[in-house]
Design a protein. Structure first.
Length: 199
């Protein structure tokens, strides 16, 4: 864990979900290949050919943007896949229940945090997958709201989902901490708008 910035007043916590609330690399690393296979099917290409095209676009973006990476949502958008379609594919393909289970330590942590803070989730995943992930981890009851790609219709990094969540929390963004596993996706932009940031 690395603390980048904490606001003077903290009343809310917004958690990313994948690789933030759980650390299951097998599940996380199953997502990219599943989506690539689906995109290859959509485009009528062999999976390896599709993967090569995706890698080329990602590498070009990284070279032009100081090593930053496109999220899957933003990468697929460059291949003509709308965020709505992206979400439908995720809802069909991802199976958190096959990889994750109740996390007693996480439950106890959330119980403690809930006594002091409002808690929400913001993810680039489909909201239904976020909700299923929170349920299988055993922490749904601690989250006031969950905003996925299908609600924000813009993949992080963006303030849209954070602003929507702050509104649901009835808090200014300057009283909220964003907690996530990727600085450039989950933390940089929120911190530029006065939010706290914890990696």
């Amino acid at each position: 864990m690395k603390v980048f910035f904490l606001p003077e007043v903290i009343n809310g916590l917004i958690f990313d979900v994948d690789l933030t609330l759980y650390e299951n690399r097998d599940y996380y690393e199953s997502m990219g290949p599943l989506m690539t296979e689906r995109l290859a099917e959509e485009k009528g290409l062999a999976v390896e050919e599709m993967k090569a095209e995706l890698d080329a676009v990602q590498k070009k973006f990284q070279a032009e943007n100081e090593g930053r990476k496109l999220s899957i949502g933003n990468l697929f958008h460059r291949f003509g896949i709308s965020f709505e379609e992206n979400v439908r594919w995720r809802a069909e393909l991802f199976q958190p229940e096959a990889y994750l289970s109740e996390d007693k330590q996480l439950i106890e942590t959330m119980k403690t945090l809930q006594k002091r803070f409002k808690i929400a989730a913001v993810s680039n995943n489909a909201t239904v997958i976020v909700e299923r992930t929170l349920a299988v981890l055993g922490v749904s009851q601690f989250f006031e709201s969950a905003i996925g790609l299908d609600i924000s219709l813009k993949s992080k990094p963006t303030m849209i989902a954070f602003n929507m969540t702050a509104e649901k929390m009835n808090l200014p963004v300057t009283e909220i901490i964003s907690i996530g596993d990727r600085v450039e996706i989950d933390l940089e932009l929120p911190m530029q708008h006065g939010m706290g940031g914890i990696l």
